[in-house]
Design a protein around this ligand. Structure first.
Ligand code: HEC
Length: 426
C-alpha cells in the first residue's frame, strides 16, 4: 500500500516534467543564456500557488497590469539586471547574431514594450498614495528605456527582413504538405503555398474598397505588430472567387459560400529595422483556415514555432486537438469572459491569465474556441464578425501592407520607442 509520503513523492515526480518544460532554453542548449533570461523575465509567469505559466505560442507576455514589474522593487530589479546582462553583451553576441535569432527576441521584447507602454493611461486615473504611483511610473519608464536599448541592438537591416524565412517558399521547396484540402486523405493537413501567388487560385479581400488589410480586429488586439489579411479560394479558383463575390453582392450577402471553399487568415510579422523604419516581413506568425464542408467545417491553425525556426525548419507548427488556445491573440478574446464577470487575481493584484487561468493545461483547446465566433458552418458569414460584410478584392499587397505600417508608426508606443532608442545614455 502507498503511504501518504509516497503519494506525495509520486505527486512531485508527476509535477516535475511540467515544471521542467516552463522556461525551456530557446537560444542555447543550456539554461542561463542572457537572451533566454531576458525573454523569460516577461514570458514565464510564476503564480503565488507555485504554478508556472509559459505558453508555447504566445505572441505577447502573460501579464495584464504588469504589477510586479512596476510595484515590486525586487522583481523590478531582477528584470532590469537581466536586461542589463543582454545590453552588456559584445556585438558578436548581439548585432552580429543571425537575423532569425534576433527577430525572435526583438519581436518578443517589442510586445513587452507595447504592453508596458499601454499601462500609462490606465494609471493616470489612480490616486497616488504616498508616492507609490510615482515610483511605479519611474520603474515602468526605466524598463521601457532598457527594453528600447536592447531592442535597438537587435534590429534587422532592411535586406535581412526581406530575406527572413518564408514558409510559403520553404513548403514549395521541400514539398512538405499538399497545397489544398483533400477530404479523402487520411491526414487532412495541408498548406496553401500558392496563397499569395498573384495569378493563383486565391483572392485577397477585405471589407473596404481602398487598400486595407482585412483582419482589423486581430491587428488592433496586438497593437498592429503584425499584418492580418483575409483570403478565399473557391473550388473554381480565382475566376470562381471573382464570380462568387459578384453573386454574393447581388444577393445582398445572402448567398452560401460554395462548399469546399477555403478561407484563410494570414498573419505576417512586422519588424523594426536599423533605419528606424518598420517593414512587413515574409515571416508567417500564424495561418488559420476554415474549409467549408457543411454540415461541419474543418479548421486548421499554424503557429510560429520559435524552436523549429531557429533549427532551420519550416518554422510553423500545425496545431492539433491537444494544443491550448492562445490568450494573446484576438481569436481567443472571449476567454476574457463578459466585462461584468469578476476577474480572478493573484495575491499581488495581477489578473490571472484572462482573469481565469493559472496553468496552460486549464485553458480551452485551440480548436474548441473557433465555433464561438464562426459557428459550425460559416454559410454566408464571410467575415466571421457576426454579419456578412461587403467583400472587395485587394490586389496590391504592398499598398495593403503600407496601411498597417502607417497605422503602427502613428502610435504613441512606436513614437516612444523611437525617442528612447535615440537616447544614448542616461
Ligand atoms: C473571438 C471571435 C473569434 C474566434 C474565437 C475565432 N475567430 Fe476567426 N475571425 C474572427 C474575426 C472577427 C475575423 C475577421 C477578421 C478580423 O477582423 O480580424 C475572423 C477571421 C477568420 C478567418 C478569415 C476568413 C473570415 O471568415 O473572415 C479565418 C480563416 C478564421 N477566422 C479562422 C479561425 C479559426 C480556425 C479559429 C479557431 C482556431 C478562429 N478563427 C477563431 C473572430 C474569431
Amino acid at each position: 500500500m502507498l503511504r501518504r509520503s509516497n503519494v506525495w513523492a509520486l505527486g512531485l515526480l508527476l509535477l516535475l516534467p511540467a515544471a521542467a518544460v516552463a522556461g525551456e532554453p530557446l537560444f542555447d542548449t543550456e539554461r542561463g543564456h542572457p537572451w533566454d533570461e531576458a525573454r523569460n523575465a516577461f514570458y514565464v509567469r510564476r503564480f503565488s500557488t507555485g504554478e508556472v505559466f509559459d505558453h508555447p505560442h504566445a505572441v505577447a507576455p502573460p501579464w495584464n497590469e504588469y504589477s510586479q514589474f512596476n510595484f515590486d522593487p525586487a522583481f523590478h530589479a531582477n528584470v532590469l539586471s537581466r536586461l542589463d546582462a543582454v545590453e552588456e553583451l559584445p556585438a558578436a553576441q548581439m548585432e552580429e547574431q543571425p537575423a532569425v535569432r534576433r527577430v525572435i527576441l526583438l519581436r518578443d521584447l517589442w510586445a513587452a514594450f507595447d504592453g508596458l507602454h499601454q499601462l500609462h493611461n490606465h494609471w493616470e486615473r489612480r490616486p497616488d498614495v504616498n508616492g507609490a504611483l510615482r515610483r511605479g511610473v519611474a520603474r515602468r519608464d526605466e524598463l521601457l528605456y532598457r527594453l528600447a536599448r536592447v531592442m535597438k541592438r537587435l534590429e534587422l537591416t532592411e535586406e535581412e527582413v526581406r530575406a527572413l524565412p518564408n514558409a510559403f517558399q520553404v513548403i514549395v521547396d521541400r514539398k512538405l504538405y499538399p497545397t489544398s484540402f483533400d477530404s479523402e486523405m487520411a491526414s487532412k493537413q495541408f498548406f496553401p503555398s500558392d496563397l499569395l501567388d498573384e495569378s493563383g487560385p486565391w483572392l485577397t479581400y477585405s471589407d473596404q474598397q481602398q487598400p486595407h488589410a482585412g483582419g482589423e480586429a486581430h491587428m488592433a488586439f496586438i497593437q498592429h505588430r503584425s499584418v492580418f489579411t483575409l483570403h478565399l479560394r473557391t473550388p473554381d479558383g480565382r475566376d470562381g472567387g471573382l464570380k462568387f463575390f459578384q453573386d454574393y453582392i447581388k444577393a445582398d450577402r445572402r448567398l452560401d459560400i460554395p462548399p469546399r471553399s477555403t478561407l484563410a487568415l494570414l498573419n505576417r510579422a512586422i519588424v523594426p529595422t536599423r533605419s528606424g523604419k518598420l517593414l512587413v516581413s515574409p515571416l508567417v506568425e500564424s495561418l488559420q483556415m476554415i474549409v467549408v464542408t457543411p454540415p461541419n467545417d474543418h479548421r486548421f491553425k499554424f503557429m510560429l514555432d520559435r524552436r523549429g525556426l531557429l533549427a532551420g525548419n519550416f518554422g510553423l507548427k500545425a496545431l492539433g486537438n491537444d494544443d491550448p488556445a492562445d490568450f494573446s491573440s484576438f481569436g481567443d478574446a472571449f476567454l476574457w469572459g463578459h466585462p461584468n464577470e469578476p476577474r480572478k487575481k493573484d495575491v499581488d493584484g495581477e489578473t490571472f491569465i484572462t482573469g481565469k487561468y493559472s496553468r496552460v493545461q486549464d485553458m480551452p483547446r485551440a480548436f474548441d474556441v473557433c465555433v464561438r465566433c464562426h459557428r459550425e458552418t460559416l454559410r454566408t458569414n464571410l467575415f466571421g464578425r457576426g454579419g456578412p460584410l461587403m467583400p472587395h478584392v485587394q490586389s496590391d499587397s504592398q499598398k495593403v501592407d503600407a496601411t498597417v505600417l502607417a497605422k503602427k508608426a502613428a502610435t504613441d508606443a512606436w513614437k516612444s520607442y523611437l525617442r528612447l532608442r535615440a537616447t544614448q545614455s542616461k
